[in-house]
Design a protein. Sequence first.
Length: 364
Amino acid sequence: MGTRHFSQKQKLTILDSAAEVGVKQAAELADVHYTSVYDWRRQLQSLGRQGFLDYKPSYPGRGIKQITAEQEKAVLDTWHDNPGFGPGQVRNQLRRQAITISIRTVRSIMAANGYRATAKKSNKKDLQRFEARRPLELAQMDVLEFFINKLKVHLLLLLDDFSRFILGWQLLTETSTDAVILMVQRAIDRYGKMQEILTDRGFIFYSWRGINRFERFLQTQGIDHTHARPHHPQTLGKVEACNRRLKQELIDQQHFTNFHDARTAIDRWVYHYNYKRTHQGLGGLVVPAERFHGQADYVLAAVAKGIDVGADHCYSFGGIQRSMINLVLNPDGKLILYFLGQPILSTGGEHVPETDSRGSRRSD
């Protein structure tokens, strides 16, 4: 742990934190040795709060990096726009803006402004989880329930497994198979047909006696339906992680006065998540829309060159409606060309028959 420079205001914030969580934990969060915090506390007791703030310490020696006002503003603005981010994610988001700040500096700024690190639970099964090889190969769907005042509402979320891009969502006062079908149909119309959809065995997705209308709809569309294994929630891990993030960052933080307010806020959150927010599961520098629309390599190359990929003049996905072309090498050695999520050509130029809107093979 190297020598750090903090403003008197930042030191005071760390001391306030130490009063709540203890000196050693506050020092660890601020990335400073705990003996320094004890020194600051003695100085605060001697000078008083205002005297401590007015004190101007001298820093002998060389090589001490000061945190500039510009760095602090960039970090805090990014953190404000992405309140669920940790220091590493904030650092990556800044790199997309061609701003290079060390993670230690980012952590120090955040800690001095109230950041509290949370312990993450490790799950070895997550390291071996499946990931689709292309957009629209697999979509995951789940329901999140919460209350608006005393009104229970249900949020349906449809997520592309490969890119974590949210393909569709619906906020409902009552769940219904019709609402699920409508959401999936809208996603198909906008982005192309997914090959497979993974859900749990909730009654809107599944029937223990025969097949329900949602399953029949998928059959007519030629979409495979897979069910998550009972007592294995990690099967739907990606969409459930997205639901948790939405709940922690939006639902738990805001008080919605009515249904319309909640829907408006969710719409803004989904747009930010898809088009603005970097995703750790995608390497930390790419947003879901970039991977879904095949722009991830371009973005990574631009970031490496120091290009601000977050600038409006760089490029924008706001007008892109569909994933266009994907070339996939199957395990059996076949090379298949997909257009809008549908197979067009396979190895050797063989034509792959298209399907109509009912899922039936079309003949020329």
